[in-house]
Ligand binder design. Structure first.
Ligand code: NAP
Ligand code: 8YV
Length: 317
């Protein structure tokens, strides 16, 4: 690369377009995600690439890192980085960046939106009116209240804390489960199972990956019980989806509000076929313009800092 040339980066998956439009201000941009022949592109640019910019939509693994001998940084669009093999990146001497904090409020807003939607059956009530049933059948069946109900938050990190603040605003009784107890005025449950037995609504907001895979399984869902509600704004991998389908279908669990799925964007037909018990979202908790722009700018800032060998705004390894 000549000294006047902008550093070369490779986009592995698309993210917020308005932020991606700013990439050429700082970098020479190559697109693996839209390349007609990705292998040919990699062979052509492999020596030049110093940064990868990707998202949850594509895994970034050691095999890809092996192909890029001058790579310095992997910059991920998302606070969750379970799509990046961080161990391999560290072994390759690479820095990994993510986009925390700027999305906390949006994700917490959607989590509470799902609590309200499932408990008060807002989508079902909307359909009831649209289908003319209010007029033809009469009043809809009653729903369950949100205020003063017991909520258990699995994961009380940056986003979990914002969810707790909102639950407090809704006058809910708040508990949480994490591996280490925090200095907060909520009930701490050292065991997820004990929390699920005690609460009525369980909200998952832990990272994905091996440590949390299927942490919400049949036993946890049964502990929540027939009136229980599961909200998942974490990762699809956190919940055993087949166990969830069976619990909802058998009436062992009351309802689920889901933003994330195990094989998204594929959503099991069984979940789609239970509109009385499920409220489904297309992994959109952070997807507002302002938040996605802030995340995109952090992807760029992480790339620029790592390439210039300055501290990154958010480095995870
Ligand atoms: P964070 O600040 O790192 O908080 C993670 C929390 O999870 C911590 O309280 C941590 O506490 C707890 N935790 C981690 N591993 C655990 C385990 N094995 N068992 C129990 N608790 C565990 O992360 P964040 O910024 O709040 O984000 C959390 C996750 O939300 C992200 O990693 C991402 O996967 C997901 N997310 C989803 C969306 C969406 O669009 N739906 C948007 C943003 C984020 P301990 O370490 O004490 O256990
Ligand atoms: C994004 C997310 O939807 O930040 C995260 O971890 O899950 C979301 O904000 C996702 O990363 C976009 O690929």
């Amino acid at each position: 690369m000549s000294t006047s040339e902008k550093p070369h980066i490779l986009v592995t998956a698309p993210w917020y377009q308005a932020a991606m439009d700013e990439l050429p201000n700082f970098f020479t941009v190559h697109r693996l995600d839209t390349a007609s022949d990705p292998d040919a592109l990699l062979a052509d640019v492999r020596e030049k690439i110093v940064g990868l910019a990707g998202s949850h939509d594509m895994k970034i693994n050691g095999a890809l890192m092996d192909k890029l001998p001058n790579l310095k940084v992997v910059s991920n669009f998302g606070v969750g980085y379970d799509n990046v093999d961080v161990e391999a990146a560290t072994a390759h001497g690479l820095k990994v960046g993510n986009t925390p904090d700027v999305l906390n409020d949006c994700v917490a807003d959607l989590a509470l939106g799902l609590v309200l939607a499932t408990c008060r059956k807002i989508p079902q009530a909307d359909r009831y009116v649209r289908d003319g049933k209010w007029e033809s059948v009469g009043n809809m069946a009653f729903t369950t209240r949100v205020h003063h109900r017991k909520v258990g938050i699995l994961g009380l990190g940056r986003i979990g804390q914002e969810i707790a603040d909102r639950c407090a605003g809704f006058k809910m009784e708040i508990g949480y489960h994490t591996r280490s107890k925090r200095d907060v005025p909520y009930t701490y449950y050292p065991s997820l199972l004990e929390m699920a037995q005690d609460v009525e609504i369980l909200i998952a907001i832990v990272p994905g990956g091996a440590a949390t895979k299927h942490i919400i399984n049949r036993e946890i869902l049964d502990a929540l019980g027939p009136q229980g509600v599961l909200i998942n704004v974490a990762r699809g991998s956190v919940v055993d989806e087949q166990a969830l389908i069976e619990a909802l279908r058998d009436g062992r669990l009351g309802a689920a509000g889901l933003d994330v799925f195990e094989a998204e964007p594929k959503v099991p037909q069984a979940l789609r076929d239970m509109p009385d018990r499920t409220v489904l979202q297309p992994h959109q908790a952070s997807a507002t313009h302002d938040t996605r722009m802030a995340m995109g700018r952090m992807v760029i800032d992480n790339l620029r800092a790592a390439i210039d060998e300055r501290p990154m705004p958010s480095q995870v390894n």
